[in-house]
Ligand binder design. Structure first.
Ligand code: ADP
Length: 457
């Protein structure tokens, strides 16, 4: 029986391993994590992450060939294949701060693997990491190996949160990179044999280590670039009265790409990708400015209901959610905000609004909320409570339930004029205008009210 161990029971490790266990009954999968509450949650009815379909998969396999444990060393020692899917935040200090990936977690995982292993192992890089990380990890492993052989593979993840299980069941592609040596090819084949239990052969692509790593950064960069183009266009559409759509983008990995370009003497290329990120940040500032300017240039002491906090619907993940920047922008103008999200906990929201940018992925550096923020932010248990007595509503995640709210009732309970700022084009603006709301839909032509209140510079 092949034994797989995955270090890191997060958004990537958890769902991926659950699906491997489901599709490969002959493989024993252990998901390990240093976080006791996280593992306890995986072993309970309340899983630590929300993904449609995940509960079902976990229920079918847990206790049979899928185990969640904090005994990291035991399971690593027993495994044939070790996936590493630990956090890779952006560095907050030192060389490359704000851009380069912080590989502290990765490095300590690699040292631990080398330390506890008593048999040969395949080590699979699953987290999104800078190009050449595999080589660095290989060095740590081989220099500390006590004669044990490690083969390192890169198997980047292409799943999208919110549809992770669907994506894992039917992936567009599975990419496996390895060393181009007989041992390397054998390791690639061993991992391929796992995926080929349910993924058609032609969708499993094999390549060398750094091509696999670069493919992931490239895919993310193209996605961000496409979204930034749409965002840039939406600003023009609003100004000219044409229509367009918008969506948010993760920018963390692009910062990585900027750093790699700079380190390789390519400042122009770095500058190009920096602009892609800037356009995205600009979209958030523009949104906050629109809110403030429409509400007579101040939101000080006004109650703003924030509907949705997760970075997209059907997930509870808030890392890099535009809601953080928008809420911070509103708090900066002294608004009182009342937040409702169907999946994000109050604790998570308060933590996100307290943390500095780039601390998102650092579970160890939590800071207490400042007393002013505590006073200004409250978390509501439904959309009606959040919007009661509010001056304005900001829709920041496209949850389906926000389409079906009783907006007449909401309007009655709000201060007038009542505003809706729809950052995700969720609501039927015309219907809401008939009720009496002043509606701003991002990327759509402005109505007269908004035209009369030009956006702040
Ligand atoms: P991702 O989105 O890439 O899955 P997450 O932050 O959701 O990232 O999950 C990473 C997990 O890795 C966290 O639960 C964290 O506790 C865990 N982790 C980090 N370092 C180690 C380590 N050395 N050993 C075990 N688990 C670790």
């Amino acid at each position: 029986m092949v034994k797989i161990c995955c270090i890191g029971a997060g958004y990537v490790g958890g769902p991926t391993m659950a699906v491997i266990a489901l599709k490969c009954p002959s493989v024993e999968v252990a998901v390990v994590d240093i976080s006791v509450p996280r593992i306890n949650a995986w072993n309970s009815d309340q899983l630590p992450i929300y993904e449609p379909g995940l509960d079902d998969v976990v229920k079918q396999c847990r206790g049979k060939n899928l185990f969640f444990s904090t005994d990291v060393e035991k399971h690593v020692r027993e495994a044939d294949i070790v996936f590493v899917s630990v956090n890779t935040p952006t560095k907050t200090r030192g060389l490359g701060a704000g851009k380069a990936a912080d590989l502290t977690y990765w490095e300590s995982a690699a040292r631990m693997i080398a330390d506890v292993s008593v048999s040969d192992k395949i080590v699979v890089e699953k987290s999104t990491v800078p190009v050449k990380t595999a080589e660095a990890i290989e060095k740590i492993l081989t220099h500390n190996s006590k004669g044990i052989k490690f083969q390192i593979l890169s198997n980047p993840e292409f799943l999208a949160e919110g549809t992770a299980i669907e994506d894992l069941f039917k992936p567009d592609r599975v990419l496996i990179g390895g060393r181009e040596t007989p041992e390397g090819f054998a390791a690639v084949k061993a991992l391929k044999d796992v995926y080929s239990q349910w993924v058609p052969e032609e969708r499993i692509l094999t390549t060398n280590l750094w091509s696999a790593e670069l493919s992931k950064l490239a895919a993310n960069a193209f996605l961000a670039q496409r979204i930034s183009s749409v965002n840039a266009m939406s600003a023009l559409c609003e100004a000219t009265g044409l229509m367009s759509l918008r969506c948010p983008t993760p920018s963390k990995d692009i910062l990585n790409l900027v750093y790699i370009c700079e380190c390789n003497g390519l400042p122009e290329v770095a500058e190009y990708w920096k602009q892609v990120i800037k356009i995205n940040d600009y979209q958030k500032t523009r949104f906050v400015n629109r809110i403030v300017s429409s509400m007579f240039n101040t939101v000080s002491n006004k109650k703003i209901a924030v509907l949705g906090f997760a970075f997209k619907k059907d997930t509870g993940d808030t890392r890099e959610t535009p809601a953080i920047d928008v809420c911070k922008g509103l708090l900066g103008d002294k608004a009182r905000i009342s937040i409702y999200d169907p999946q994000v906990t109050e604790e998570q929201i308060q933590r996100d609004l307290t943390m500095n940018k780039f601390d998102w992925d650092h579970p160890l550096h939590l800071q207490p909320m400042s007393p002013t923020t505590v006073k200004q932010v409250s978390v509501a248990w439904d959309a009606y409570a959040a919007t009661k007595d509010a001056h304005g509503i900001c829709i920041l995640t496209e949850w389906d339930e926000f389409k079906k709210l009783d907006y007449e009732k909401i309007f009655e309970n709000m201060q007038k004029p009542a505003f809706v700022f729809d950052g995700r084009n969720v609501v039927d603006a015309e219907k809401l205008r008939k009720i009496g709301f002043i509606v701003y839909s991002i990327g759509k032509p402005l109505d007269q009210w908004l035209k009369d209140m030009p956006a702040l510079a």
